[in-house]
Write a protein that binds this ligand. Structure first.
Ligand SMILES: Nc1ncnc2c1ncn2[C@@H]1O[C@H](COP(=O)(O)OP(=O)(O)OP(=O)(O)O)[C@@H](O)[C@H]1O
Ligand SMILES: [Mg+2]
Length: 153
C-alpha cells in the first residue's frame, strides 16, 4: 500500500526574480507530527509556509496533501491554517469579532459562533478578553488571538 503523507513537498523550488529562496526542497510531514523549521533569517522558512498555504506558487516542483497535488487548490480551500509573524489582526474589530470573522463569512449560525469563540478564548487563556481592542493587548496576547482565529476554523 502506498504510504500517504499528510503533506509532501517534491523538489519544490521558488525564486523571486532569479533570487533562489527554495532550492529543491523535499520534505514530508505525517499526521500528528510536530515540525519546526529552523534556520537563519532569509533562508526561506516563510516562503515554504506560504507555498504550502497557497499564497505563492512554487517556480517548480509539487506539493501534495494526502497524496493529491494541490497546485490548483486556492488558499481558502486548503485545510491549512497559518499564523504569520505579523498577526494581521483586524484593528477595527475587538478580540471576539476577530476570532468570529471566518465563521461569519461562512454564515455560521450565531449561537454556534458564540459557543466556538467562547471555547477558543478558554483554550488560549483569554477568557473575559472578548471585548478588548487589539491595541490593548500584549504581543503574546495578540499572538494567542491569532492562534484562536486560525484554530476556530
Ligand atoms: N516578495 C519577495 N520578493 C523578493 N524577494 C523575497 C520576497 N519574499 C522573500 N524574499 C526573499 O527570499 C528569501 C527568503 O525569505 P523568507 O521570508 O522565506 O525567509 P525566512 O526564512 O522566513 O526569514 P526570517 O527568519 O527573517 O523570517 C530572502 O532572501 C528574502 O529577501
Ligand atoms: Mg519568516
Amino acid at each position: 500500500m502506498e504510504n500517504k503523507h499528510l503533506i509532501e513537498l517534491v523538489d519544490v523550488c521558488k525564486d523571486y526574480n532569479g533570487d533562489v529562496a527554495l532550492d529543491h526542497v523535499n520534505l514530508y510531514i505525517n499526521d500528528g507530527e510536530f515540525l519546526t523549521l529552523l534556520g537563519p533569517s532569509g533562508c526561506g522558512k516563510t516562503t515554504l509556509l506560504r507555498c504550502i498555504a497557497g499564497f505563492i506558487t512554487p517556480s517548480s516542483g509539487m506539493i501534495k496533501m494526502n497524496g493529491e497535488d494541490i497546485a490548483k487548490v486556492p488558499p481558502h480551500k486548503r485545510a491549512i491554517n497559518t499564523v504569520f509573524q505579523k498577526y494581521a489582526l483586524f484593528p477595527h474589530l475587538n478580540v471576539h469579532d476577530n476570532i468570529a470573522f471566518g465563521l461569519k463569512i461562512k454564515k455560521t449560525p450565531k449561537p454556534v459562533i458564540e459557543e466556538k469563540v467562547e471555547k477558543m478564548l478558554k483554550l488560549v487563556n483569554l477568557e473575559g478578553y472578548g471585548k478588548r481592542w487589539i491595541d490593548q493587548l500584549s504581543g503574546g496576547q495578540q499572538q494567542r488571538v491569532a492562534i484562536a482565529r486560525a484554530l476556530v476554523n
